[in-house]
Design a protein around this ligand. Sequence first.
Ligand code: NDP
Length: 322
Amino acid sequence: MKAVRVHEHGGPEVLRYEDAPDPRPQPDQAIVKIDVCGVNFIDIYFRTGLYKTDLPFTNGQEAAGVVSEVGADVTGLKPGDRVSYCGVQGGYAEYAAVPAQRLVKVPDGVDSSSAAALMVQGMTVHYLTHSTFALGSGHTALVHAAAGGVGLLLVQVGKMLGARIIATCSTEEKAALVRAAGADEVILYTQKDFLTEVKRLTDGKGVDVAYDSVGKATWQGSLDSLKPRGMMVFFGNASGPVPAIEPLTLTAKGSLFMTRPSLPHHIATREDLEKRSSDLFNWVRDGKLKVRIGETFRLSEAATAQERLAGRLTTGKLLLAP
Ligand code: NDP
């Protein structure tokens, strides 16, 4: 089969589209014939070596497709079932061997592109708004990079839960998408100081929760955007990692809470995986949540897709189709 593999860490040029052995299922695994796989920022972190894994490896953390074969111990899944998954390395390929416990069935009414798109970014939005901070009416949330894959979903789910959303993004074109997703306010953080704007828009009070996936470029302003006892959620490094923050800084800024969550801990149990994915599938099927597929590339174009993602040139979800 064809796969996109990384033999040494580096730029997009280290992504090699090459022949790889067809996977065989371990007793607890199913083989998924991949329809589409998602491109995520985390793929870039693994490619560059910011996040560690053994070399060589096949890039990619999520996909949707059809079960083609199951291992001897697998129950409840059979060839032909439509499935999706995340958190298993090796999605940039024609086939993947995936522990059956990590697969969820995709219901009728949800296409493969939407299913793949929801696995990392959608489930992240689910835990950020339900577990990290129980977002609801009466809350104001700051959402950075709101036209991105996570961002557009986070704005919509935040509005669904009744919160006021103050969003940021870099261009007018992106701002139009963010407004269409339901954001109450959109700040072009490349043109205006977002902290000043947040203070203005909240009559100096600040926000209840700040969702910051941009990291290095925005972390200070995000902390300063919070109300006393507000919740700082750092969940990404799009511009680089957030440096160390002294606990007393949180005291000085108003007894703030700060967390740095990650998806695997929020879908570690089968119950969590099923609850979050079924909520997302239901929202999409019922028309409450729109998944924007920004672009779909061929598998051989993985490097271009990652370059565009890292270059801030994308909106919504990026997919690769083998
Ligand atoms: P996005 O589609 O959101 O793309 C990243 C966006 O970040 C860009 O489009 C850009 O939007 C913004 N950005 C700001 N500064 C930079 C910069 N210097 N370089 C690149 N981009 C920049 O990506 P994803 O939806 O895949 O991921 C969003 C974030 O969420 C990532 O940081 C990712 O690591 C994180 N994440 C965290 C998870 C977790 O569990 N902790 C799980 C999933 C994702 P703009 O042009 O508008 O500024």
